[in-house]
Write a protein that binds this ligand. Sequence first.
Ligand SMILES: *Cc1c(COP(=O)(O)O)cnc(C)c1O
Length: 609
Amino acid sequence: MPGPQVTIDLEKIEANTRTVVSWCKASGISIFGVTKGSCGMPQVARAMLRGGVRGLGESRLENIRRLRGAGIDAPVMLLRSPPLSLIDEVIRTVDISLNSELAIIAELSRVAERMGRIHDIILMIDLGDLREGILPTDLIPTIERILEMPGIRIAGLGTNLTCFGAIIPTEVNLGQLADLAGTAQQRFGLDLAYISGGNSSSLPLLLSGNMPKGINHLRIGEAILQGGRDTFLDQPRQELDRDVFLLSGELLEVKMKPSMPIGISGVDAFGGRPVFQDIGERLRGIVNIGREDANIEGLLPVKQGVTVLGASSDHLILDVTDARPVPEVGDRVNFRMSYGALLAAMTSEYVEKLPMYDRNTQNPAARVSIFAEKNVAAALRKHTLDGRLANIGYEVDLTPRVTVDEISASLDRRARPLIFGADHRASFTAMSAVAATLDAFGLLWFDAMASVLPQQDGSESVLYRALGLGPGTGALTPKLSPENVVLIGLRETAPEEVEILKTSRVKIFTIADIDALGMREVIRQAVQIASAGMQGFHVSYNPAVTDIPGYLPGTGGITVRETHQAMEAIHQSKSMRAMDITGLDAEADPRFASMIVHFALSAFGKRIL
Ligand SMILES: *Cc1c(COP(=O)(O)O)cnc(C)c1O
């Protein structure tokens, strides 16, 4: 059931990033894109990287784990001092951390040396905002101490402003940072790659042409994610798009009601004493967004004539009297958000996040390229798969080889490849071809088994390899990231597999989940996960997932009807870019092969009636 949703326009993030990067480039300043407003969403990080940021900034290790799990290997900067308890993880997963405490730097040094690594730090200086940083007078002695520590390199100096003390970046305070960096470089011969002059709030100074020489780095989140809604408060910058994130909810009630509550007034659900003005009867709407989902004070209705009156934990109360057309129950209402509201919405488990990425996702042509080894191709011909696809409007070609190059070539022709193979090696070939052609894609994996174990007795463990779960080669990340992979119909897992699955972020719908939710809901969620911020998804189907009467032992798989239902929903999503079907060979029973052919036809749009 769609409750509150945040849509995230990845194209706008990319465009905003390009704008900020070009502003900064002119002054010799490089940018790290800060993803914390999106909780480290890999799609957001990738959009920033496409837009030209040098690296990524994150304040939370959970979010960095998420980025690394998606296969993103760009430099990552930890924006908060590492906690003593997690130094090992910081050394392993983070390239640069911001620091201001010698005790912590000493521990970083100890662990880095033990691991045989060099860890880069940016030493933070407090220029008056009174959040983190050493005081300028302590700079020289602090650097002296750090230079004695092995395993640590001072890669830069930095400051953070407009956070706690609301101190604005100026020529004076950032000039002080540049001077301190100059002193440190001269006195100690340091090579400071980062003289990091703050966050989005430093952009107005840059754009006014007054950024002090020497500042060569900024850490930018808000201006990219929110188009500078908070940064350029008084003078919005047209070059930046402010509507990257939109929160929406559904109207649950629309009624004329008095504007004054009736009865004896006490305190509201949050201990406040609300004050009301009597302006007569008004048309009021209730939306399914509450204080558990967002910071209500930071919501700004997109539609004219809608105002926010207030909220309780689960209900947002609107005045919609002046909105045209008059809103009705069931309509969705959109809101822009302040940075605070964005953070709350992105963190709330109750809010669905829908990243959108439309580039190059023009509808595929009505063309199917079938790839099958010669003997399987013959069997398919017997079942006239090509003829049946032609009957429902496709141009069809058939290639008796399954290779990455030929499948990629068919994707380049905007055809949808349909690959038949004896086992999951064909799935891997197919997914490799998709990875060679698209920037980002999801995966729907229908099988009774997960295939996430390291290679065992010579058999390929395809997902293990594709998702880079081990040290081996051939990972398709970051184009395919675990967050966009859905396993459907799982019913056999080894204990070691359960461990791997638990930590992998892959979404799993077991047979028990399908029983509980129904295939319709499972496939709705699965399609959403596999296409979130992607250019479509690949489908891998193995008949072991389905109880096919008379052929596969009925060990509690999904039914034939559920299989068709899933395939039909996949077709309706219009997001399937390629499909592979394994487990079919030349000796397969014709009735079994016919069943499989019909599943494929459903995925390509054939309805039963
Ligand atoms: C959050 C943060 C940033 C980014 O700030 P924006 O205002 O989103 O640009 C930069 N540096 C540090 C240390 C931060 O915590």
